[in-house]
Design a protein around this ligand. Structure first.
Ligand code: 13P
Length: 231
C-alpha cells in the first residue's frame, strides 16, 4: 500500500541512543525528531527520511532559539511540519507566522506538511477549516500549493489532549473531502493513530497517509504499525 507515514516524535525520546534505535526501525517513514537528534540520525542509513518539526519564520539570524531552513537543509531534512496544533494553541503561533514559515519552507525546497484541524467538533467545523486553510495558504500560487501535504489533525483527537479519542474514519473522511474541495492536494490524517486503527484510515483512498505521534515513539508499536500499513 503506497501511503505516506510520518512520525512526529514531538519532544521524545529522552536520549540519543533511543532516538537511534527508533530511527533504525522506522523504515520507509518520514521521521521528524527533535532538532538536537537530526545530525546523528542523518548519518544512519535506515530507509527513513528526515523531517523537521518546525522552521524559523525568516532567514534573518537574530532569532534566539530558532533553527533556519539552511541549517535543516545541511542536515538532510526533506520535509518540515508547519503549524502543528501544539505550536498554534500552546505557544500561540499565529496564522501569520504559520504562513511565513510555509513560504520559507518552500523557498528552501522542503515538502511542507501543513497541519490544520478544528479544536472542537461541532457544526462550525467547515467554517473553521476554511478560515485556517485560507490564512495558512494565503499568497501561495497553485504551483506552490501543489508541493505541500496537508495533515488533518483534529485537535480533540490528539492523544496528548485530555479526553482525546481518535476520529472515526467516517467523520475524518467528511473533513478530508471538505479540505480537498478547497485545496485538492494529498491529505494525511493524524490524531491517536496506532497499529490497531491505522488500517481503518489508510484504507480510504482519499486519505494519503498518517501523521503519527505517540505510537511512533514506541519501537514495538511503530514496527507493528508499519507492518499493518505494508500488508
Ligand atoms: P498522537 O498520534 O499522539 O495523537 O499525536 C498526533 C499528532 O499530533 C501528530 O502530529
Amino acid at each position: 500500500m503506497n501511503k505516506i507515514i510520518v512520525a512526529n516524535w514531538k519532544m521524545n525520546p529522552s536520549t540519543l541512543k533511543e532516538a537511534e534505535e527508533l530511527f533504525r526501525v522506522s523504515t520507509n517513514a518520514i521521521v521528524c525528531p527533535p532538532f538536537v537528534y537530526l545530525e546523528e540520525l542523518s548519518k544512519i542509513k535506515s530507509g527513513a527520511i528526515l523531517g523537521a518539526q518546525d522552521i524559523a519564520f525568516s532567514d534573518e539570524p537574530g532569532q534566539t532559539g530558532e533553527v533556519s531552513g539552511e541549517m535543516l537543509r545541511q542536515l538532510g531534512v526533506k520535509y518540515v511540519i508547519i503549524g502543528h496544533s501544539e505550536r498554534r494553541w500552546r505557544l500561540g503561533e499565529s496564522d501569520e507566522i504559520v504562513n511565513k514559515k510555509l513560504k520559507l519552507a518552500l523557498v528552501h525546497n522542503f515538502t511542507p506538511i501543513v497541519c490544520i484541524g478544528e479544536k472542537v467538533r461541532d457544526e462550525s467545523f467547515r467554517g473553521f477549516l476554511k478560515g485556517q486553510i485560507d490564512s495558512t495558504f494565503d499568497g501561495l500560487s497553485g504551483e506552490q500549493i501543489k508541493k505541500c501535504l496537508i495533515a488533518y489533525e483534529p485537535v480533540w483527537a490528539i492523544s496528548t489532549n485530555p479526553g482525546a479519542e481518535p476520529d472515526t474514519p467516517e467523520t475524518a473522511l467528511e473533513s478530508v473531502n471538505f479540505i480537498k474541495s478547497i485545496v485538492n492536494i494529498k491529505v494525511l490524517y493524524g490524531g491517536s493513530v496506532d497499529s490497531k486503527n491505522v488500517k481503518d484510515f489508510i484504507s480510504l483512498p482519499e486519505i494519503s497517509g498518517v501523521l503519527v505521534g505517540g505510537a511512533s515513539v514506541s519501537k514495538e508499536e511503530f514496527i507493528n504499525l508499519l507492518n499493518e500499513v505494508s500488508k
